[in-house]
Design a protein around this ligand. Sequence first.
Ligand code: DOR
Ligand code: ZN
Length: 435
Amino acid sequence: MTELTAGGDPEAAYLIRGVRVLGAEPTDLLLTGGVVAETGSGLAARGARVVDGDGLVALPGLVDLHTHLREPGREDAETVESGSRAAALGGYTAVCAMANTSPVADTAGVVEQVWRLGREAGLVDVQPIGAVTVGLAGEHLAELGAMAESAARVRIFSDDGHCVADPRLMRRALEYVKAFDGVIAQHAEEPRLTEGAQMHEGEVATRLGLTGWPAVAEEAIIARDVLLAEHVGSRLHVCHLSTAGSVEVLRHAKARGVRVTAEVTPHHLLLTDERAASYDPVFKVNPPLRTAADVTALRAALVEGIIDVVATDHAPHALEDKECEWAYARPGMLGLETALPVLLDVLGERWDLIAERMSRTPARIAGLAEHGRTPAPGVPANLTLVDPAARRTVDPGEQASRSRNTPYAGLTLPGRIVATFLRGEPTVLDGKAVK
Ligand code: DOR
Ligand code: ZN
């Protein structure tokens, strides 16, 4: 038996009783000193606080590669703290914060600020993403090296919200980050093909009389970028893949050994462009919701591993930016608090697959060594407990996010996140944020 002195204070210990790690037979988990100290059945509490894990499944804490926290600049829509709380309630222990803040996270100063705010909130590890270009303007490379060397240790760079459309700049960015094994995360959208676009280009857009965003605008950039990544020998990550054609481009690139990974959002796995017929801007998002055939292809690619990761693209927007005419509304939807229930709905209780796509692989891509590890002795105690038997109806008013733009309002989804632990300390207990 491990002595409790091994990590320190028995007061800080938690004993989770009878939990099914990745759906396996029930076991106890003793968390102390920030790690899983011991596993097995019938562990003695020895002063540890006991959490009843009966009927619950333990997963490695989820890791989001694509979160918009809006701070600095739009604290009315979200803050690092409110977004961190939403993340913890969704079962996350780490999130990567996108750079399209105001000011843009294109300097060591801004990424350090976001990183520090994350530490102060202490609810999830907030790993800032740096901008690729100054001000996301697509003209000059940002201080990638300085951001990498800063206290925030940035490894992922993205102009998300905008595409790095200039191929020469994209090539330079890929070359630059190769030195420190960084990755360029591309928002794949050929801007000349999406001018004025309001939704997916297809039958529904024609019927509604809205300008379309064609699938090829995404696919053409991905095709170009995998070739550039191959040429440079550098790492590319494709944000929010949304079309069946993109899956085929990726399949081809992976077969050639290109160092490319890709993510899909929960909303692109569940919703289609038919939702735009409501003209409710809550369904306006970039890239847009696609067709049922795309959804089918994305689901299959996720299971197969052509798509590596589920990332939320959690995009909070203030009421005035969403509750207006479709054409004027900002694109984006909330995702952190509903991602795991949506995935349970889409995939069923395939725990190992869920852990792989929502925790282990995103942790590896982001270089977060403490995350993405299945609870076992000696492993950092970053984990979440889910009740798969519970079903919950999404109520926008109950979300911890400062914004209300969930596309799932009124929808009943499987699974309830009961508890989340960050380095052995609960951030969520009994479905409620601890602080
Ligand atoms: O829908 C989106 N919203 N897509 C993006 O690329 C950016 C994001 C945002 O920042 O709101
Ligand atoms: Zn994007």
